[in-house]
Design a protein around this ligand. Sequence first.
Ligand code: ZN
Ligand code: ZN
Length: 282
Amino acid sequence: MDHPLLAPGIDGHTHTSFCPHGDRQPTRRYLERAVECDLPRLAITEHLPLPDGFHDPMGPFQCAMPPADLLPYLDEAEQLRAEFADHLEVLVGAEVDWLGSAQGGWHEATLAQLDSIWDRLAPEATLLSVHFIGGTIVDGNPDLSLAYAPGEPPDAYHLAYYDALDAALRASWTVGRRDLRPRRIGHLTLPRKFIRALPLAEPERVEERVLRLLERIAAEGLQLDYNTAGLDKEQCGETYLPAPYLQHALDLGIELVHGSDAHAPERVGNHRDVVAQTLRDA
Ligand SMILES: [Zn+2]
Ligand SMILES: [Zn+2]
């Protein structure tokens, strides 16, 4: 995998035993799997807790760990990083949700939480993801996606999702003198998780929106999570950067980092062969 725009030898997006919708195997198993795959580097990027009072559309503490687990998560990740240091470079990071598209001071709450732990995170292992739009979630199930705009074609929630991501990129992430904005965008085309079940009415309009976002991402020097989890989803069957977006991202010089988005140890490093082949073809 030595494409000039692909960060080499890393799975840059993985979860842990702290993920409520993961399979709850020990985090240690994720690291052991990375070693088995001969991966030199692994980024641990657990979902940060949602702020108190934020509505989790999947049920209480389903999308992310409870706030009380945050410090134990970091403690365990740091301990494992030290323990595996001879075999694997572990980057302790986080998947940060943009919550500013919902009403309430959620972005401020996110910043306060990030500020409190920033010194313990590897900035290059921080992901910015949008899962929540207007009180619902884009990737929970097709009904919840459509709940964003009942009766309208799926285009509505795709466009709302990209608007939310655009707002996240325009927002201030500065606290004091520190810029806490995550360095990488998680699964850019996540609304396509159910694309086979919920095809777009006007795909060109959504495509145009994504291309404009890619230009912003390039201009701001952010990386993209080349996320392969969608390949295993029945209603998706593609990476979360399908052609022609992949080619456009490469043409713009955006650096890609492979992310398996493993929620179970055996998924760590999954599809790195596909990533390598796709980039050779690109
Ligand atoms: Zn997850
Ligand atoms: Zn993830």
